[in-house]
Design a protein around this ligand. Structure first.
Ligand code: NAD
Length: 257
């Protein structure tokens, strides 16, 4: 029987993380690199992608930074072209880029609804579609999406209708893609975080909400980005060889209420 630790190894694998310049995506990039993969970092903010790419290089693997708007098909095609030009293949793709816009449903601007859907749902689908075009001829691949517990609960005290609906739809998209693509050897799964301490929480408006949210969690705190590293390596590696279309909830127990 193969040693279990070896099954988690990503030595020689080629990975891509979208929205890799910050927060959870940056932690994923570090995790995949620490497990041995070369990691392409794509982000709408090229400076932050380049910074994380340097950090990944310092971990002893190869990296490339790519500027992309994951809601735009031409950008997505370019992103995949850069990966294939550099590495000839793509073993692991983490579709992590996502945004949230808060607002009450009764006067939520349709432009904001579209912006959220265009990235979180449509954009992440387009990324997966382009990734599959590389992975189908390879006959293998791992595609991982970052969803959110907002897919199954209603955020309070702030309302996030478009975000919640985009993440709920993304979760069912994961199940559909998983069934359709497993015959090609492509594993599609998701990670669903609860609220996490990220640089985005540093704004005054968000800082005020943190103590309210902390009380809502059975664990009485939010997550740290490091706490998502194990899950992404598990889903990217051979250790998860029987996991198909699963949404891995990591939320300090929130959705158990
Ligand atoms: P973050 O804002 O720290 O990082 C998101 C990254 O995506 C940024 O670097 C940003 O520049 C990039 N980005 C934004 N729009 C983009 C676009 N159109 N194309 C490409 N890149 C783009 O956020 P995060 O908290 O690390 O979020 C990462 C994922 O985790 C998102 O999908 C988010 O919905 C999900 N999530 C976050 C939390 C949380 O509490 N932070 C909880 C649940 C789910």
């Amino acid at each position: 029987m193969a040693n279990i630790i070896n099954k988690f190894s990503l030595n020689g694998k080629k990975a891509l993380v979208t929205g890799g310049g910050s927060g959870i995506g940056r932690a994923y990039a570090h995790a995949l690199a620490e497990a041995g993969a070369d990691v392409a970092i794509s982000d709408i903010n090229l400076d932050s992608a380049e910074k994380v790419s340097e950090e990944v290089n310092d971990l002893g693997v190869k990296s490339v930074a790519i500027k992309v708007d994951c809601s735009k098909i031409d950008d997505i095609k370019n992103m995949i072209d850069v990966v294939v030009k550099n590495w000839k293949r793509l073993d692991v793709a983490v579709n992590n880029a996502g945004i949230s816009i808060w607002g009450d449903a009764h006067d939520f601007a349709i432009e904001d609804w579209d912006r959220v859907m265009d990235l979180n749902l449509r954009g992440n689908f387009l990324c997966a579609q382009q990734e599959a075009k590389i992975m189908i001829p390879q006959k293998h691949g791992k595609i991982i999406f970052t969803t959110s517990i907002s897919a199954v609960m209603v955020n309070i005290p702030q309302f996030q209708i478009s975000y919640s609906v985009s993440k709920a739809a993304e979760e069912h998209m994961i199940r559909c893609l998983a069934v359709e693509w497993i015959p090609f050897g492509i594993y599609v799964n998701g990670i669903s975080p609860g609220a996490v301490y990220t640089p985005a929480l540093e704004t005054k408006e968000l800082k005020e909400k943190v103590p309210i949210w902390e009380k809502l969690y059975p664990i009485k705190r939010l997550g740290e980005v490091e706490e998502f590293k194990g899950a992404v390596v598990y889903l990217a590696s051979d250790a998860s060889s029987f996991m198909v279309g699963h949404i891995m909830v990591i939320d300090g127990g929130y959705v158990l209420y």
